[in-house]
Design a protein around this ligand. Structure first.
Ligand SMILES: C[S@@+](CC[C@H](N)C(=O)[O-])C[C@H]1O[C@@H](n2cnc3c(N)ncnc32)[C@H](O)[C@@H]1O
Length: 351
């Protein structure tokens, strides 16, 4: 068997569309908040060469190791950090990495994580019910399954899995505890609600709910998207690829809200909110993978790409940048030397 056939791999989803939506240009600065195996990051670095820079973040230390090896050739242009994107603003301040031309979120898990026989993300193989992106997180899926009340379990399976049979599943879990492995849980769900559920396995929604809960995925996504907007320079691009409706709803609502000048409730006679648009939508409709991509990479089938660019006046830009600059610890060991406001002002005209 050839090396490529036996080496587990992750195929980057909507790669061409992502590079286009980010409008990657030579010398540009980009952040990949979900580095994974580094597929999108490699393409960003290639298209932003010469002179491009990339800050890559992943909560999973294993992903960072893989991406480091893959992006070795770009060593001097890429800073790869094992961090959670919920800390995006603090990371960019620490490393003086703003304003940027584009920020990418390719949400969810990589094929490497899903195929791993020890992480517990999938019921395709038996593994301890872990599901943490990072070993420094304290709570595992097994902790949630084995210690939550029946009501709490039903609520989280319903809310984060959109599972119709959440109460039946929660009741059975409590009867059968302790539940330790992925296959034990998957088989128990199949016995509880039957195996005929269209194209998806009956445990899919419960596994999604557990993964979202363990990693606080929706909460972190919302917080990080808000931080990302402030880190974009003039007309900087925000690109998000999501894989399920709960994620996509957060992205869609935030982008649509930030693209509006007034967000007063419908029917309010005159605007009282004072809200001003800071984004302009690039694609009004979501971009989905073409059939040819889905055939090659079935995991891409649920992907939805949304993109927006930052609209900001020069004055607003100075205000945000000044605020962020005031937070820079000038003694910190940064990747680049902390920027001075004057340099940033100059950067504005070239962004
Ligand atoms: C779909 S994969 C990205 C694949 C990547 N675009 C590529 O081309 O190889 C998503 C990655 O995001 C990471 N991730 C998910 N949530 C995160 C978070 N809150 N902070 C940092 N990384 C996160 C996961 O660990 C995973 O490696």
């Amino acid at each position: 068997m050839s090396l490529t056939m036996s080496t587990p791999t992750h195929i980057p989803v909507l790669l061409t569309e992502t590079i286009q939506a980010l409008a990657v240009q030579p010398g540009g600065r980009y952040i990949d908040c979900t580095l994974g195996a580094g597929g999108h990051a490699a393409a960003i670095l290639e298209h932003s060469s010469p002179g491009g820079q990339l800050l890559g973040i992943d909560a999973d230390p294993e992903a960072i190791k893989i991406a480091r090896a893959r992006l070795e050739a770009y060593n001097s242009s890429a800073l790869l950090l094992n961090e959670n994107f919920v800390n995006l603003e603090a990371i960019c301040i620490k490393y003086d990495f703003f304003p940027v031309h584009g920020i990418l979120f390719d949400l969810g898990l990589s094929s490497l994580q899903l195929n791993s026989d020890s992480r517990g993300f999938s019921f395709q193989q038996d593994a301890p019910l872990d599901m943490r992106l990072s070993p420094i997180q304290e709570v595992t899926a097994a902790d949630i399954i084995n210690t939550s009340s029946e009501n709490e379990l039903a609520h989280l399976i319903k809310t984060y899995g959109e599972e119709t049979y959440s109460h039946r599943i929660a009741h059975r879990i409590v009867q059968e505890r302790p539940i330790k492995t992925t296959l034990q849980l998957a088989r128990m769900i199949e016995q509880t609600i039957g195996s005929k559920r269209g194209r998806i396995h009956p445990a899919t929604k419960t596994f999604q709910a557990l993964r979202i809960t363990v990693n606080r995925e929706l909460e972190h996504l919302e917080a990080a998207l808000k931080q990302a907007i402030n880190l974009l320079g003039f007309e900087g691009r925000l690109v998000v690829i999501s894989y399920h409706s709960l994620e996509d709803r957060i992205v869609k609502q935030l982008m649509q809200q930030e693209a509006k000048d007034c967000i007063c409730p419908p029917g309010t006679p005159t605007c009282v909110c004072g809200h001003r648009a800071c984004l302009s939508l690039i694609n009004k409709k979501v971009i989905k993978p073409p059939l040819a991509e889905v055939q090659i990479n079935p995991r891409s089938r649920s992907a939805k790409l949304r993109a927006a660019k930052r609209i900001i006046t020069q004055d607003e830009y100075y205000k945000t940048t000044e605020k962020l600059c005031s937070l820079i610890d000038i003694n910190a060991e940064g990747w680049r030397k902390p920027a001075l406001l004057g340099k940033l002002r100059k950067a504005f005209s070239t962004l």
